[in-house]
Design a binder for this molecule. Structure first.
Ligand SMILES: [Zn+2]
Ligand SMILES: [Zn+2]
Length: 354
């Protein structure tokens, strides 16, 4: 089978590796149909998030068809359509026992597609607890966004808005920004989305929950949405990594700034204001206990139309095109803003039939 293998920053290749099979009693092997390119993958490939192990198969946002199961597996069978939870945890270490499964010390580093083989490949091997069978009406494309949604729901759990009327801003209209807009909206808030790229802004416009709007600038959002050019920042979700320093002085008393980008960016903030204004500066990564099940529920119930956030589906063999759609040019070794109207880009190792 083919697998997209990471060697070092800007050094990835699609190579032939042996097919995977069920070996242990509880193994489930999945023929991958779709696997989303995540900001994590872009950071790994471009060198800005240097966490991946050399030789590993990248990719962690995947769905597919069960190809083989071990003799002890009863929850799924060969032929079932499934989504994969790529974030295992042991349930026994101190982090797991204290509600922090996303930082489990026994999960071999970070997660599949980072520190052990992931799903930009023909097949992926996991165990039965980490696959979820899809109802017939849910497309494999929509299901591939379950994992990023799970990460978003984990982040939303950490936000304690002072009121449902809190002025709430999401910076960046990529997949995570749009999923945050949906998840915050289900929580009862009414976020505005700020996105500088005209192409991304246009893509986002009719993919937002009811009542939510997207704007090209913070000024436009404040003036047009809140009717106040100085509308305070009660809750900020920053998917860009770069806004803490400029926006910190504008946080409202009792306000929350959440950073979820994975780009290294040093920021200096005034700790007197942090205390005096009762501010919260928080970060979030990965899933928390039960957030994958919540995400699965919101995808399968149709409460969040994740399939509509897919902008591109690219055969795995054409992976450079998929990365280029997100501004990551593997030949030129450059990563930056793109004019493409891209949101979630899926790589497809097999048929593009569903
Ligand atoms: Zn991801
Ligand atoms: Zn653990």
């Amino acid at each position: 089978m083919k697998a997209l293998t990471y060697h070092a920053a800007w050094d990835v290749e699609l190579r032939d590796v042996p097919d995977l099979h069920a070996v242990a009693d509880d193994d489930v092997v999945v023929d991958i149909r779709y696997c989303g390119i995540c900001g994590t993958d872009l950071g790994i490939v471009s060198g800005s998030y240097p966490v991946a192990v050399s030789g590993v198969t990248l990719g962690h946002e995947a769905s597919g068809i069960v190809a083989e199961v071990g003799p002890a597996v009863t929850e799924v069978a060969v032929g079932d359509r499934v989504v994969i939870n790529p974030t295992p945890y042991c349930g026994r270490c101190r982090m797991c026992r204290t509600q922090r499964i996303n930082h489990c010390v026994n999960k071999h580093g970070t997660e599949s597609g980072v520190s052990y083989d992931g799903a930009f490949a023909g097949r992926y091997r996991t165990t039965s607890a980490f696959v979820h069978r899809l109802p017939d009406h849910v497309s494999l494309k929509a299901a591939a966004l379950t994992e990023p949604l799970s990460c978003v729901l984990a982040g939303v759990r950490k936000i304690q808005p002072p009121s449902l009327a809190a002025y709430t801003y999401v910076f960046g209209a990529g997949p995570l920004g749009l999923l945050y807009a949906w998840a915050l909206s289900l929580r009862g808030l009414t976020p505005v989305v700020v996105e500088h790229s005209p192409a991304r802004l246009a893509f986002a416009q009719d993919r937002l929950p009811e009542g939510v709007r997207a704007y090209a600038s913070l000024d436009a959002a404040r003036t047009d949405f809140f009717g106040d050019p100085k509308a305070p920042l009660d809750v900020v979700v920053d998917t860009t990594s770069v806004l803490l320093e400029p926006l910190f002085p504008e946080l409202a008393c009792g306000g929350t700034y959440m950073s979820i980008g994975l780009k290294r960016q040093l920021a200096s903030i005034d700790t007197m204001l942090l205390a005096d204004r009762s501010l919260s500066v928080i970060g979030s990564i990965d899933s928390l206990h039960g957030s994958f099940v919540e995400a699965f529920h919101l995808v399968t119930s149709g409460r969040i139309p994740t399939g509509r956030l897919v902008s591109h589906v690219v055969p795995l063999a054409d992976y450079p095109k998929g990365f280029a759609a997100l501004g990551c040019d593997l030949d030129a070794r450059s990563f930056g803003p793109t004019d493409e109207s891209s949101c979630k880009v899926l790589l497809a190792p097999g048929d593009l039939d569903e």
